[in-house]
Design a protein around this ligand. Structure first.
Ligand SMILES: Nc1ncnc2c1ncn2[C@@H]1O[C@H](COP(=O)(O)OP(=O)(O)OP(=O)(O)O)[C@@H](O)[C@H]1O
Ligand SMILES: [Mg+2]
Length: 260
């Protein structure tokens, strides 16, 4: 489904990500973890087919990412919508479908509006479809952006820090939508995050990177003191509560980046 072998990602001669190897099966959710500058966004954009300067093997659905872009939805770290443009929630969602079809937004076909409405219903926002995007709460905005990512019916969903700007209750809102996407649509997802704790219920695999791959595996394999302290310092701690693993991240520094 996704296969990376000795993947190195470049910006000119600079290596942002070095020698990463992993495999993710269809329907699995991967939490991509690492400190600031670790290369999470670079890896996600490369898998999305948006960044093309890399060496090594990278296959998504058995092909190079640029050849399967239509099957991939990518939600960036911060959305680039100009909130002064008075778009309604439903128009923002419809844009997801129009963009893939190469159409422009002020003449939205009925069929696309219907698909957008279904996607908004799915994320629990059918009621506010005509509200302005700019007037929504942080959690609602993120759910609209998820609906926009879903409307083109992708098979792979790539989310860059979908929880980072949200307060705890908005996080719960968004995580429950992500859990529903996993449960009902069975999409393969890669979610980057600084804090895996709200997401451990949906994460099948965790990858910890700090330019290089530090660890990849099931949560109980990766969220271990001897692993997380390598990246996050001696104050970090992994804790098991019932069946779930949590991690408390201490001192986040980039000392020794690439040399750990
Ligand atoms: N467009 C770019 N041109 C040059 N260097 C870049 C570019 N984008 C990222 N980098 C560099 O690549 C490295 C990895 O950056 P990246 O944004 O992928 O990290 P990240 O893990 O997503 O960080 P954060 O947690 O802050 O979002 C950093 O050293 C960064 O400065
Ligand atoms: Mg990033």
């Amino acid at each position: 489904m996704i296969l990376a072998e000795n993947l190195t990602i470049y910006y000119d001669n600079y290596k942002a990500v070095e020698d990463i190897t992993f495999k993710l099966d269809s329907g699995e959710t991967l939490l991509l973890l690492g400190p600031n500058g670790a290369g999470k966004t670079s890896l996600l954009r490369t898998i999305a087919g948006l960044h093309k300067s890399y060496e090594g093997k990278l296959l998504v659905f058995g092909k190079p990412p640029v050849e399967v872009k239509d099957l991939i939805s990518y939600v960036p770290q911060s959305h680039s919508l100009n909130e002064r443009v008075p778009l309604k929630a439903i128009e923002v969602v419809a844009m997801g479908a129009l963009y893939k079809k190469g159409l422009i937004h002020f003449n939205i076909p009925k069929s696309i509006l219907k698909e957008a409405e279904e996607a908004l219903d799915f994320v629990g926002l059918g009621e506010i479809k005509n509200k302005r995007f700019a007037e929504l709460s942080g959690g609602q905005k993120q759910r609209v952006l998820l609906a926009r990512a879903l409307v083109s019916k992708p098979q792979l969903l790539l989310l860059d820090e979908p929880l980072s700007a949200l307060d705890p209750s908005a996080r719960v809102e968004v995580v429950s939508v992500l859990a529903k996407i996993k449960r009902e649509m069975g999409l393969t997802m890669i979610i980057t995050t600084h804090d895996p704790n709200p997401l451990t219920e949906i994460g099948d695999k965790i990858m910890l990177i700090n330019k290089r791959l530090i660890a990849f595996g099931a949560p109980e394999e990766v969220l271990r003191d001897e692993i997380i302290t390598k990246v996050y310092g001696p104050l970090s701690k992994a804790v098991r509560v019932g069946k779930r693993m949590y991690c408390f991240i201490g001192d986040v520094h980039l000392h020794g980046r690439g040399e750990v």
